[in-house]
Design a protein around this ligand. Structure first.
Ligand code: ZN
Length: 296
C-alpha cells in the first residue's frame, strides 16, 4: 500500500517551515523559508515544493497552518486570505489561492493553532481524544478547538486569546492589548509580561511574583475553556510555556478556581492541563495533518 504524501506549510510570522511527507516518521523533505515580503516568501516556498515533488513524487494535497486572522468562510470573496494582520505587507494576501494556482493541489488552510491541535490529536499529546483545546502562549495567545472530532471554525475562527478575565485583586497593570487592555492576551502574552515587569520574561527567575499572576490568568483561561468546550485535555504550548514550572502552578490555581464544579479533578488534572509533545515540529506536522483532514 502506498502511503499518501502531503505538502505542509507551518506559516509563522518569521519563517515558513515547508515539509513534504506523511507523518512524523516519514518526512521526505523540509526547508525553512525566512519571511520577507509576501511575493518572495510564497515564491520561495512554491519553488521548494516543486523541487521536492520532482524528487519524491507529487503530493495529494497541501495543508497550511497559518498566522491570522484568516478568512476561512468558503462563501466569502476573500476566502483563503490573511485579513487584518499587523504584519504590514501581508494583509489581504491570498495565500490559499497562490498555492492552489501555483502547485495545482487542493489546499486546506487553517489557523496555526488548529494545525498544532490536529497534529497533537493525530500523533501527540491528545492522541485518541475527540475533544481537546490547544493554546499557544507567546507573542500572542490563540486557541485551536476540536469538539467531537471537528475543528471549530464558526463565523470566522475562535479568538479565545482575547477572552475577558477577572483581574487579580492586587494587579494594577492595565493590560497590553490595543483593543481591550486587560483581556487574556493583554495580561498574559509574552509582550504583556515584558511590559508589566519591564524585562524580557526569559530573565524572570522561577520564584518571581510574575509567575503566580501568570498561573492565575492561565488557570482562569483553562476554567473558561473547560466550561465552554468540554475538552478532554487542554494542551498549553508556545514560548511562555517553555517555563515548565508553570504547569503545576496552573493546575493548582485551576482546581481552586473551578472549585469542584466538574467533579473531583485533583488526580486527573495532571493529565488534563499538559504541555505539547511534538515540540517545534508540531506546526509543520499540523500542516500535514490539515492536508489530510477533510472538513465536514
Ligand atoms: Zn484583547
Amino acid at each position: 500500500v502506498n502511503t499518501p504524501v502531503y505538502a505542509g506549510i507551518d506559516a509563522g510570522g518569521t519563517e515558513f517551515k515547508c515539509v513534504l511527507g506523511s507523518d512524523p516518521e516519514r518526512l521526505l523533505a523540509r526547508e525553512k523559508i525566512p519571511v520577507s515580503d509576501p511575493a518572495a516568501t510564497l515564491a520561495a516556498s512554491a519553488a521548494f515544493f516543486k523541487r521536492a515533488m520532482e524528487e519524491h513524487g507529487a503530493a495529494t494535497a497541501l495543508g497550511i497552518a497559518c498566522f491570522g486572522p484568516l478568512d476561512l468562510r468558503p462563501e466569502s470573496s476573500s476566502f483563503g486570505c490573511i485579513t487584518s494582520t499587523p504584519k504590514p505587507l501581508w494583509a489581504g494576501t491570498d495565500i490559499l489561492g497562490y498555492f492552489r494556482d501555483n502547485l495545482h493541489l487542493p489546499v486546506q488552510l487553517d489557523t496555526d493553532v488548529n494545525g498544532a491541535l490536529l497534529a497533537e490529536q493525530r500523533w501527540g499529546g491528545a492522541a485518541g481524544l475527540h475533544s481537546a483545546v490547544y493554546v499557544t502562549v507567546g507573542t500572542g495567545i490563540g486557541a485551536g478547538v476540536m469538539v467531537d472530532g471537528h475543528l471549530l471554525h464558526g463565523a470566522m475562527h475562535p479568538e479565545a486569546g482575547h477572552m475577558r478575565l477577572t483581574q487579580y485583586a492586587d494587579d494594577p497593570f492595565s493590560g497590553a492589548c490595543p483593543y481591550h487592555g486587560g483581556c487574556l492576551e493583554g495580561l498574559a502574552s509574552g509582550p504583556a509580561l515584558a511590559q508589566r515587569w519591564q524585562q524580557n520574561p526569559k530573565t524572570l527567575p522561577d520564584g518571581h511574583a510574575a509567575w503566580e499572576l501568570q498561573a492565575h490568568y492561565l488557570a482562569s483561561m483553562c476554567v473558561n475553556l473547560a466550561l465552554m468546550y468540554s475538552p478532554q485535555r487542554i494542551i498549553l504550548g508556545g514560548g511562555v510555556m517553555q517555563r515548565a514550572h508553570l504547569f503545576p502552578m496552573i493546575r493548582q490555581a485551576y482546581l481552586a478556581q473551578i472549585n469542584g464544579y466538574l467533579g473531583d479533578q485533583r488526580q486527573a488534572v495532571a493529565e488534563f492541563i499538559v504541555p505539547p509533545v511534538l515540540g517545534d515540529m508540531a506546526g509543520a506536522l499540523g500542516a500535514i495533518a490539515l492536508a489530510e483532514y477533510r472538513k465536514s
